[in-house]
Design a binder for this molecule. Sequence first.
Ligand code: HEM
Length: 161
Amino acid sequence: MKFFAVLALCIVGAIAAPLSADQASLVQSSWAGVRHNEVEILAAVFAAYPDIQARFPQFAGKDLASLKDTGAFATHAGRIVGFVSEIIALIGNESNAPAVQTLVGQLAASHKGRGIQQAQFNEFRTALVSYLSSNVSWNAATAAAWTVGLDNIYGLLFAGL
Ligand code: HEM
């Protein structure tokens, strides 16, 4: 019985505090302003956390300023930022919850296989929020909406990592 109570708490913990409709709109409208800045966003992540860049065999040890202009960098930036866009397009509609769980579960599984740990995903989150806070209209409500949204996604991600 105790086991099931703990299990229920864990499951609720992973999906706690769903975004309100207003918060989902705030996340979506702020993301719309930067979602096409794929290269700039990935470059900001690598600049803030070189240990993330070092995990990519094709980017490790290379000068970021020159790397930014390569097709390989643009391709991977498109994958990562495109994934964020895919998730953000799905939030705010309860019927999309299974699709979000599937996509985030796949991301967790593919990165678990590469040995990427929670600490690096947290670094990614910090760099992304820092990029957003200086490139979109940012106030307490926008910050709170992103915190709730990212808490939810990271709850799912870390459950599978
Ligand atoms: C935070 C640390 C992260 C590290 C160190 C990391 C590392 C990697 C590596 C090494 C690859 C393989 C690259 C290749 O095949 O050339 C990869 C693929 C990929 N990553 Fe990440 N990644 C991280 C976070 C993320 C995040 C936050 C997202 C999405 C928002 C993401 C999305 C993807 C996608 C879509 C792919 C290609 C498909 C796949 O293999 O799953 N990654 N990542």
